[in-house]
Design a protein around this ligand. Sequence first.
Ligand code: HEM
Length: 493
Amino acid sequence: MLLYLVILIVCLVYYFVRQKFSYWSDRNVAHLPPKFPLGNLTGMGTKYHLIDIMRSTYEKFKNSEKIAGMYFSFGPVLVPIDLNIVETILVKNFSSFPNRGVYLNEKDEPLSAHLFAIEDEKWRFLRTKLSPTFTSGKIKFMYNTIASLGDDFLQIFLDGIDSNEPVDVKNVCQRFTSDVITSCAFGLDPQSLRTGTSEVLENGNKILIQPGWKSAKFFLLMMFRKWGQRLHIKSFPTEVSDFFYNLTKHTVEQREKDNIVRNDFLNLLIQIRNENSDDGNQLTIEQIAAQSLLFLIAGFETTSSTLTFALFNLARHTDVQDKVREEIQRTLAEHDGEISYAALKDMKYIDQVINETLRLFSPLGTVTRVAKTDFLLADTKMFIPKGQIIVIPVHAIHRDANIYPDPEKFDPDRFDSEIVQLRHKCSFIPFGNGPRNCIARRFGLLEVKFGIVKLLSQLKLTVNENTQLPLQFDNRSQILQSKNLILLNVEKF
Ligand code: HEM
């Protein structure tokens, strides 16, 4: 009897798996064979990073197909390859693909309802309200906060010269950008540059680096959102949500009690709450905490990753570094020697260096969308059903030799404005594209640029021999990071 039962269960499982894994072949869509139970995510977080997995599908089909299929566990995922299709989804037909489809469980975890995850009208309302935070005027004002941390940032490199030790650049950049976001989001006293760490930095890292297969959790919950909600699964570790909730609640109460008004993200959220107190759109303290948490996690690791890889690239390519330094010296001479907002704006070559860094090392190697309605893709005559998850292979596009010849080479000249005009709009999308792109693109770029200029206006950087090359990525991290230390030698010039 038991034997029959076992055979029956095996047959049912086999039938279920076969049926799930035939989704793409039934629709004649090219795909790589999936494996039970993680589909094409097998090895993610241990042997591979998601960007490696996406890139092998993209490379396999880029010369023959406009789209490909993948399986994230049993869930079918559509991967656009043709850049016109990428543009259709992100920009031209945004109204059919306005949401990312990321996991959201507001009931059990109010802090999961942040701008990155919320959908439709809720998103539109908050995006419109939050966009003014990142206008030129506001960013200019926040520049003072960024710049006020410059000396502490530089000092760590100067200490490296005094002690004749190389600098662990990943660590220092994380401390710099987490201090920037701590000040700009909460107006709190930043600590990590001075003390080596901070609670904000430690809690942020707990979210973004997950051991082994757990790094696939973000995508698995996306595929099985209803199950996740039924099983009361949360996306953040409870102690991290509690930390950010208490931090926000305490800071908001303090400000309301003492009538403190600051020019930071939190102030804007408090204003939105007060403005809308009668129209049913009032933000709760949980919703304010969710946005603050998002600014911290979206804002610190993305910028620290970009700054780290930019400094690494400059240290490896001293000819580019010399060109950057020459631009810094020339521009600062025209601006009374001050690293001001206006001076940074005039440094165009550094923008090319940052763009080339973002091409090679996009902090987010994928961008996702979900179909809100059934949609006919005119280019392929393929019908995309409502609810279909779409994953855009940003990293793979950025390293496609058909778009960027000799793609592994670091070459900022690729971003000369005339050459950029010749490429497709969606061939460079480190901040996504369309109405749901990164809300803080200019803020992030400014922070990275300031970091580079502050250091290279005084220092010369080279790669220390104890840095393991070629760099390997940390497969556990959702934001692209080097697995090993990046050590830079520092000299005054
Ligand atoms: C170099 C730095 C950064 C990179 C590469 C980056 C990249 C991205 C990407 C790829 C997206 C998704 C876009 C899409 O789906 O089309 C995104 C969204 C977002 N980013 Fe950034 N980001 C950076 C810095 C920041 C900073 C500093 C903040 C906050 C202070 C921030 C806040 C956000 C938010 C709130 C969203 C969600 C926007 C929405 O759904 O409306 N990012 N970012």
